[in-house]
Every structure is written in structure tokens, then in C-alpha cells.
Design a protein around this ligand. Structure first.
Ligand SMILES: [Zn+2]
Length: 266
């Protein structure tokens, strides 16, 4: 730059405003990405929860099937024993032995009834688990579809903004070089302490564009003159001008549905 040595206050303010515009756009990119990655993460967690639930149901079904096969074996064994006892009864020496075997047979018959009952119960449980799995699978398919949409949205957003972000960061470096270090440090400090990332604002409708407190008319005259750096006495933000003076800078920032809109509407 030709007039590199000492810039006028007006030039300094103009350079700061431009930097602020770039930073606000960068903030906006981060803000736009801010929600979506969390949303995608929440959805992924939710889906993992459904998958775990399905897995648990499937494990329970396997356990029940295992139990059914145990009951089946137990029943077979009882049938075999009954057969054996009945054969033994043919060769008993007395009534006492016969009665003892009858008791054994009775007990095995009870065992068979019990196995049948438990098998029936287990089969019913399996059926209800399968219904539950189907229900969860329906929800899962729905959430998966939604996740895919969100992932696509996020990928697009990142892709789109990545390039823009790169360009803005390069612009920022160039713009930073236009501003002397001490002023830049103040700017960064104010920006860091500001909830909306604004360090340099305009006076809008008689109010500070950062904190919306009234700026007295005499102070507005001084701000318009741009003979010295004036900060808002309420929030400490740099007041770079009165609204109509630097409209074109502001328009550029608002075009990107940015943070600046908030101050614009207030
Ligand atoms: Zn203020």
C-alpha cells in the first residue's frame, strides 16, 4: 500500500470494519456447522441404541430357543424313562416294586407336562420379541433415512463452506496486514469478550450496534468526524461510524444471512 506509514483514523476504521465483516462471515460458517454435527451425532447415538435393543431381543430369542431345545431333550429323556419303567414293571417281584415304578412314571409324566408348558411359554415369548424387533426395525429404518439426509446435508455444508472458509481466511490474512498490531490486539480482545463476535460496529438508529445502548448526539458527531478512535462507553466496542456512512460494508455482511443481521434488525 502506498500510504503505508501512517494511516488516517478513517482508513483504520475502514480496515477494521472490513476485517470485522470477514470475521463475521467466518463466525457464521462455524455457527451454521455448529448445530448439524451435533444433530448427526445425536441421531447416530439414537440409532446405535435401537440396534443394541434389537441385538438384545435377538439374544433373548436365542436363549429361549436354546431353552426349548433343552425342554425337548428333557421330554425325550422322560419318555425314554417311562418306557424303561414300564418294561421293568413287567418283571417286578412284588406290588411294592410295582408301585415304586408307578410313582417314577407319574413323576416323569409330570415332567413332560411341565416341559410342554414351558415350551409353549417360550414360544409365546419369542413371538412377542419378534413383534418388538419388527417395531424397532421400523423406527430404525425411519431414523436411518433421516440420518442419511442429515449426513448429506452436513457433507454438503462442509464442502460448500470449506472453500468459502479458505477464501475468507486468506482474505483475513491480507486484511490483518492492513491494520497495525496494537489495534489488532485490541480488536481481537474486544471480539473475544463479545458474545456475538462483534468488535467493530456502527451507530444505528442512535444506538451502539453492539449493545444497543443510546449513543448521545454529540458523540455521534465525533464518530462521524473520524478524527479519533471512539469506543462505546457501555460495551467497549469500537464505533466505526454512523449507519449511513458505511452501508456498503454492512450490506456485504448481511447478504450472507449473517450474524450482522441481528444488529441490523435491532
Ligand atoms: Zn456498545
Amino acid at each position: 500500500m502506498a500510504q503505508a506509514m501512517e494511516k488516517t483514523i478513517e482508513q483504520k476504521l475502514q480496515a477494521l470494519l472490513k476485517l470485522q465483516g470477514i470475521d463475521s462471515e467466518l463466525d457464521n460458517i462455524k455457527r451454521l456447522r455448529g448445530d448439524l454435527p451435533n444433530e448427526v451425532q445425536d441421531l447416530e447415538d439414537e440409532i446405535a441404541g435401537y440396534q443394541t435393543r434389537i441385538q438384545r431381543f435377538e439374544e433373548q430369542i436365542k436363549e429361549l430357543e436354546h431353552a426349548i431345545s433343552d425342554y425337548k431333550n428333557k421330554k425325550k429323556e422322560s419318555e425314554r424313562l417311562i418306557e424303561k419303567y414300564k418294561n421293568q414293571q413287567m418283571n417286578v417281584k412284588n406290588n411294592r416294586e410295582f408301585d415304586a415304578l408307578s410313582k417314577e412314571i407319574e413323576s416323569e409324566e409330570l415332567e413332560i407336562v411341565l416341559c410342554d408348558k414351558k415350551t409353549k411359554e417360550a414360544k409365546e415369548k419369542i413371538e412377542s420379541k419378534k413383534v418388538e424387533i419388527d417395531n424397532v426395525k421400523k423406527i430404525l429404518a425411519d431414523r436411518n433415512k433421516y440420518l442419511q439426509e442429515k449426513q448429506k446435508e452436513l457433507a454438503q455444508l462442509v464442502e460448500e463452506s470449506e472453500e468459502e472458509e479458505k477464501k475468507l481466511l486468506a482474505d483475513r490474512e491480507k486484511q490483518k496486514a492492513q491494520i497495525d498490531e496494537r489495534l489488532l490486539i485490541s480488536y481481537e480482545k474486544i471480539r473475544k469478550n463479545s458474545s456475538n463476535g462483534l468488535a467493530v460496529v456502527l451507530v444505528k438508529r442512535d444506538a451502539c450496534g453492539g449493545c444497543f445502548n443510546i449513543v448521545p448526539p454529540q458523540r455521534q458527531v465525533d464518530i462521524r468526524e473520524k478524527k479519533k478512535l471512539i469506543v462505546c462507553e457501555h460495551c467497549g466496542r469500537i464505533l466505526a461510524g454512523v449507519e449511513e456512512v458505511a452501508v456498503q460494508v454492512d450490506e456485504k455482511a448481511t447478504r450472507k444471512k449473517g450474524i450482522r443481521k441481528v444488529t441490523e434488525e435491532a
